[in-house]
Design a protein around this ligand. Structure first.
Ligand code: PGA
Length: 235
């Protein structure tokens, strides 16, 4: 049974997220035991109905309970909605928001201390991929610096930067070779992300060493996301 996660990024409103979650919950109640995660924008956090196979998480938060961190939210705000799941290390935060490995590791440590479920993302840019497998793995290991890969509530996501939001998915061979190399070293659930969609999700999730998918663009329409869960539930 795969783990399937939806990353809304800066899409959806509070109202549209509520509709999305209600459709999804209705489906999950009767149809699936797939472990499903949804990461909406922070303004859409709410007290949604609790289901064993559905978890609402955040795309980011500041590693503090509260304080003077203008523009950020801390765990006091997350507690209001019983949020205990966070994405850390996403390439858009690394590259666009300029988060460093050091600040990412600090964030990881903070949320680990509070026992959050952490979906931790790693992935190489195109110029690194073009240098070959060894260089790619070297780059990925560096993105794990300061990260406790034995943490019990850790899910890893391999998301090559060149495949995110581009419509260019890694080939099955590429995914398999990276996933196998990571799994040799880290025995944690490992998701693939990067232009996963209804057309390719089954093949990707069926690969050995792929435990599920972290999906951006193709997850934003609830009906499509539900089909993705439906099509992978037997894997
Ligand atoms: P994508 O995004 O599915 O739109 O490529 C994946 C992600 O960034 O998590």
């Amino acid at each position: 049974m795969p783990i399937i996660a939806a990353n809304f990024k800066t899409n959806h409103t509070r109202a549209s997220t509520a509709k999305y979650v209600s459709l999804l919950s209705k489906y999950l109640k009767t149809n699936s035991t797939t472990e499903v995660y949804v990461f909406p924008p922070l303004t859409a956090l709410d007290q949604y109905e609790t289901l064993a196979n559905f978890t609402l998480g955040v795309q980011n938060a500041y590693p503090a309970k509260n304080g003077s961190f203008t523009g950020e939210i801390g765990t006091e705000q997350l507690d209001e909605f019983n949020i205990k799941t966070i994405l850390i290390g996403h390439s858009e935060r690394r590259h666009i928001l300029k988060e460093t490995q050091e600040s990412i590791a600090q964030k990881f440590h903070y949320f680990k201390t509070l026992n959050y479920k952490i979906i931790y993302c790693i992935g190489e840019p195109l110029e690194v991929k073009n240098e070959g497998l060894d260089k790619t793995l070297e780059y990925l290991w560096a993105q794990l610096e300061g990260i406790d890969t034995n943490y019990e509530n850790l899910i890893l996501a391999y998301e090559p930067v060149w495949a995110i939001g581009t419509g260019v998915t890694a080939t099955l061979e590429e995914i398999q070779s990276i996933h196998t190399a990571i799994k040799k070293v880290i025995g944690k659930p490992l998701l693939y992300g990067g232009s996963v969609n209804l057309g390719n999700v089954e093949k990707i999730c069926a690969l050995p060493n792929v435990d599920g998918a972290l999906i951006g663009t193709a997850s934003w329409i609830a009906e499509d996301f539900i089909k993705i869960i439906e099509n992978t539930k037997e894997l």
